[in-house]
Design a protein around this ligand. Structure first.
Ligand SMILES: CC(C)(COP(=O)(O)OP(=O)(O)OC[C@H]1O[C@@H](n2cnc3c(N)ncnc32)[C@H](O)[C@@H]1OP(=O)(O)O)[C@@H](O)C(=O)NCCC(=O)NCCS
Length: 215
């Protein structure tokens, strides 16, 4: 069976899980990963190719697809557009153990980890992480480069802004908006709208940082 060739960008903890998800779906051929930090010679059985300067050569050799596997939302955004600019096409990494409604809409460059559930009429935009065991209920809108961390639960009609991070095991009640590049702490209960560029924690969630850099 012909499988399209994919390069993974990143070699950290998030990349380990993304590689596992793509391998378990068995739809693509992973040619290797690139990284800027010192690396082992392979990660989960795929080879280290060098830093991103190798990318134009890979393209010439017929590797057309990529997945940016870094958990840092700001860096992931930058790399996502750099790779598209170079001429690569993003793939989605969908675990066979996730449940995605046929009425949900997915963008490009998205990972959906094992045990995640995306319900009807949810919209997940480009380069978003839907992490392990998280729940995205009906009519949610997740904007580009956001990260819904493991076990986070979003009720119906929640909007998550660009680059926002929703921490592990947090809960968000229906119709809440979380502003762009904001952070929701692990275990928080979000019961009112969160403005952009802030950090909220606790039950109920309260602001602890009033001005985040994009992260
Ligand atoms: C919210 C968070 C980003 C804050 O990190 P930070 O900016 O480094 O903040 P600090 O650790 O300095 O904590 C600041 C204060 O908030 C409190 N706090 C931090 N995180 C909290 C949380 N999740 N719930 C309740 N209180 C929290 C701290 O106890 C501290 O309180 P104090 O000032 O009274 O001592 C971080 O604690 C967090 O929850 N991250 C989520 C991690 C996660 O989900 N990872 C998933 C990876 S896939």
């Amino acid at each position: 069976m012909h499988r399209n060739k994919v390069v993974i960008i990143g070699g950290g903890g998030h990349a380990k899980v993304v590689i596992d998800v793509i391998q378990s779906a068995d739809t693509y051929e992973l040619v290797g990963f690139t990284s800027h930090s010192d690396q082992e010679s392979n990660l989960s059985g795929i080879p280290y190719l060098g830093d991103d300067s190798i990318l134009p050569t890979l393209l010439e050799e017929g590797v057309q697809y990529f997945f940016v596997a870094t958990g840092n939302n700001r860096l992931r955004k930058k790399l996502f557009y750099q790779l598209i600019e170079l001429g690569f096409t993003p793939i989605n990494a969908i675990s066979p153990f996730a449940r995605i409604s046929p009425f949900a809409k997915l963008g490009r460059g998205i990972v959906v980890m094992p045990g995640a559930v995306i319900n009807a009429y949810a919209v997940i935009e480009d380069n978003v992480i839907i992490n392990t065991l998280s729940g995205i209920d009906h009519d949610c809108l997740i904007k580009p480069h956001a990260h819904i961390a493991p076990g986070a639960s979003l009720a119906g009609c929640v909007n998550v802004g660009e680059g926002a991070f929703v921490g592990m095991k947090s809960s968000v009640i229906p119709e809440i908006s979380i502003g762009e590049w904001s952070v929701v702490g692990a275990g928080a209960a979000v019961i009112s709208d969160v403005p952009s560029y802030v950090t909220v924690v606790g039950v109920p969630a309260k602001k602890i940082i009033v001005r985040n850099e994009e992260r």
